[in-house]
Design a binder for this molecule. Structure first.
Ligand SMILES: [Zn+2]
Ligand SMILES: [Zn+2]
Length: 187
C-alpha cells in the first residue's frame, strides 16, 4: 500500500504472529494463482487440496493423485518464519508444478523449461529449491512476533524481537525499511 493515509490503529507491539492468519493467506494466494495459471494454460484448474503438514527442509510439495487431482502441502513452520516471502516464492513454485502437469503431463522435467515459464508468469522465481534457513525450526519453543514495513508483514523470532526491544533494528530485504512492531494495517 502506498500513501500512508490510513489511520493509526492501536498496535500491540507484543503481538504474536498468528499461524492461522498465515495459513489463510497461503490458501488465498494459492487460489488467486490457480485462477491466473488457469488463464495462462487456457483451462480451468480445480482448486487443489491444501495441507500444512510438511516438515523439515522442504517449503512446499505438489502431488497428483490417480485421478489427476493435485494436492499441495506447505511447511507451516517455514510459512510462519518467512511470511510474505513464502507467499511470493513457495506458492507460485507449487502452483506452477500443478499447472505444468495439467498442461504437459508427466513427460516434462519437474523444474524444466515449461515449469520455469509458468512460475515466472505467476510472478515467482524459477529457482529449483528454496534457500530458506531451517536452522532452529526444531526448537519447539520459538515464538514469532508480528512486524511490518511498507511492503508487508514480517514475522520475527523471539530472539530478534528481544534484540529489537534492546535497540536493534532490522531492515526489510525487499524495501529496505526498518521493521516496525505489529501487523500491517491492511492487506
Ligand atoms: Zn519444485
Ligand atoms: Zn518491506
Amino acid at each position: 500500500m502506498q500513501g500512508g493515509t490510513n489511520d493509526q490503529r492501536n498496535r500491540d507491539p507484543m503481538e504474536q504472529a498468528r499461524p492461522e492468519l498465515w495459513r489463510e493467506r497461503a490458501i488465498t494466494r494459492t487460489g488467486a494463482l490457480i485462477l491466473e495459471a488457469g488463464r495462462l494454460i487456457d483451462r480451468a484448474i480445480p482448486m487443489p487440496e491444501i495441507h500444512f503438514d510438511l516438515r523439515g527442509q522442504s517449503a512446499g510439495q505438489m502431488r497428483i493423485d490417480g485421478r489427476g487431482r493435485g494436492t499441495i502441502r506447505y511447511n507451516a513452520a517455514l510459512l510462519l518464519r518467512h511470511g510474505e516471502d513464502f507467499l511470493a516464492r513457495t506458492v507460485p513454485h507449487e502452483v506452477a508444478h500443478y499447472a505444468a502437469f495439467l498442461h504437459h503431463g508427466r513427460r516434462i522435467r519437474p523444474h524444466g523449461r515449461e515449469w520455469q515459464q509458468l512460475v515466472r508468469a505467476l510472478g515467482g522465481e524459477a529457482e529449483r529449491c528454496h534457500d530458506y534457513d531451517t536452522e532452529g525450526l526444531r526448537t519447539r519453543r520459538t515464538r514469532w512476533f508480528a512486524y511490518h514495513c511498507r511492503c508487508g508483514d514480517h514475522n520475527l523470532s523471539s530472539v530478534r524481537h528481544n534484540r529489537i526491544s534492546r535497540g536493534a533494528h532490522y531492515l526489510c530485504r525487499r524495501c529496505g525499511e526498518t521493521l516496525r512492531a505489529g501487523p500491517a494495517l491492511s492487506e
